[in-house]
Design a protein around this ligand. Sequence first.
Ligand code: PGA
Length: 250
Amino acid sequence: MLKHLILGNWKSYGSKSQLQHYLDAVEIAPPSMPQGFGWGLALPFHLIEQAGARKSLMVGAENVSAHEEGPFTGEIHAGMLADLGCHFCLVGHSERRQLFHEQEDTLQDKLQALVKTGILPVYCIGESLDERHSGNLEAVLRKQLVPLNTLQSGLHLAVAYEPVWAIGTGVAATRDDVNQAHDLIRELMRDFPNPAAPILYGGSVKPGNAADLASVHGVNGFLVGGASLKPDTFLPIITAYLEGKGVSAK
Ligand code: PGA
């Protein structure tokens, strides 16, 4: 099982030709990951198969249907993602929670659908600025984590802590904020079926802050949005992560 994951999230950006250039650039200088470390990209559906043809990276989806196959026009279910060669899938990204009103019961169904097909769920949680300022950090994270408590044990799964106020703002959480939140999440998951799942940090990770954030003990990887769209910024983040963890590339 991978203990560290550095994942990109392309959101609703990217074309086939952009991905082609990206993958060609990566092929010239592929990140060489030590044992237990992995990297990959969560991509819009139309790019998954193209990226999956290259074996050097993990390929993920950004969303999955809460349903299995059936009369659900427009839905892509977990079996279809497996068919496309998906290794992982984001669940509960704050943009899905906020803009598409996804709640814990739906997210629980999505998690179950993914684990049935053997796709690694990357379950995203994080508080808004108001929730943080009103002292509700613990209550918010506790509520968001509930769906993980319904999964069976022994699963390969990851959590991504992404404070909403740090996503796409250019203002990453401080080391202290990240340290505190990751310790809290680990503690909240203590009696869960998969208490040792890696906890990634996401929110304005850049080449310049990646080594510092990676040096926080409880950080087991990154989920990177904007800076994952170009190899010029994403590959240095991967290198900085390894540096921050004090490990050298393979
Ligand atoms: P960002 O996005 O790195 O652009 O802040 C992170 C995310 O949305 O996963």
